[in-house]
Design a protein around this ligand. Structure first.
Ligand code: GLY
Length: 365
């Protein structure tokens, strides 16, 4: 099977690795470098019980999280790269009594769904994380959560795919057309023909089907993410999640602070307001962060769909086109599941039950 993957973000690289390691001939077309779309602004937080805002999204996230240990192991082994990956949990904190009430409701849901957690009062929250703000009124600890270095993981997946024979080609894709036996991808340096094209182009996925075909209804949502360096060990052991930001403590003692969510079209510039809002929100949770050095701000465009669920599966109009896109805020979390759903579908014709949730046909694709 000869497959073109369009897009080299975390999803495209995970799909390419899964397909190539199972024997397919894979070419990845990407107009920039690996991991420059939504992946660039990802802090890699793996927390379906916080970010799974709907039951189907939670279902996908929990299933994908269960695949993560093996996914990272394979990427490490096949690439030889080191990948930062920790599952020390998240501490979701409340700064007001009203927020504490909301956390109690979430804790009751966790009880009903059998999710391991601990609801902590203010004193216990500070015992767990002594550096958090004195204003913290309560917290919710979910031990299964964690984070992964998204940029490092994406580079490792790309290298692992290449070791399995994948070709990485720099090309700006204009459109994808059906042919008698598969697809033609019209792009600079092309055209390229293949049996199947997997569209994993994130926010740009709606721009590359043939003019007459329906377009994936994806809009870009800008995320800004800060990288801060601490001169003293950062005082938190695990991901801290608050109403206005989250903080990820890296092993090199730096902090990632994410993320804004802005509907500004294809604008990948950082703004003063974005940086200020994140700095203030981070220091409200962790006052010692005021002493950190400012390293950089990263910007990425998240691909949002109207129902905030990804689009994964075969196009009903053009069966040689397979979608693996629209992951919005959850591309890093959902990469292992997406890769395995696509590889099972394309190589074995097997339709896993999760494809019913992500079916492109719900948008007429
Ligand atoms: N998943 C975290 C974010 O999109 O900011």
């Amino acid at each position: 099977m000869d497959i073109i993957v369009v897009g080299a973000g975390i999803v495209g690289c995970a799909v390419a690795h899964a397909l190539a390691s199972r024997g397919a001939r894979v070419r990845v077309l990407e107009r920039r470098q690996v991991g420059q779309g939504a992946t660039r602004a990802s802090a890699g937080v793996l927390c379906p019980h916080i970010e799974g805002h709907s039951a189907p999204l939670r279902q996908l996230g929990v299933r994908s999280l269960s695949l993560y240990d093996a996914f990272v192991d394979r990427a490490r082994t096949d690439s030889g790269h080191a990948i930062e990956y920790r599952r020390d949990g998240t501490l979701e904190v409340a700064l007001t009594d009203e927020e504490a009430g909301k956390l109690r409701v979430v804790a009751a849901q966790h009880v009903a769904e059998g999710v391991e957690h601990r609801y902590l009062d203010a004193a216990d929250a500070r015992d767990a994380e002594p550096a958090i703000a004195a204003e913290v009124t309560a917290a919710l600890l979910v031990p299964a959560h964690g984070y992964v270095g998204a940029a490092g993981l994406t580079r490792a997946l790309a290298a692992a795919a290449v070791r399995h024979g994948t070709e990485m080609i720099t090309a700006d894709v204009e459109r994808i057309e059906a042919t008698g036996r598969g697809v033609r991808v019209v792009a600079g340096g092309g055209p390229f023909e293949a049996d199947v094209a997997v569209i994993a182009a994130g926010s740009w996925s709606g721009q590359m089907t043939a003019a007459a075909a329906p377009r994936a209804p994806i809009r870009p949502v800008r995320g800004q993410l800060l990288h801060l360096a601490c001169s003293v060990p950062p005082a938190v052991k695990r991901v801290i999640w608050g109403r206005a930001c989250y903080i990820v403590p890296w092993q090199d003692e730096s902090l990632l602070v994410g993320a804004t969510s802005e509907d500004v079209g294809f604008d990948e510039r950082a703004t003063v307001a974005g940086v200020r809002d994140l700095l203030e929100a981070a220091c409200d949770l962790l006052p010692s962060a005021w002493q950190a050095q400012f390293r950089e701000v990263r910007v990425g465009l998240r691909p949002a769909t109207p129902d905030e669920l990804p689009i994964i599966g075969r196009s009903s109009a053009t069966p040689a086109i397979v979608y693996a896109t629209g992951h919005y805020r959850n591309g890093v979390l959902l990469a292992p599941l997406t890769a395995s759903l696509v590889a099972d579908l394309v190589l074995d014709g097997r339709e896993e039950p999760e494809l019913a949730i992500t079916n492109p046909a719900r948008f007429g694709l």
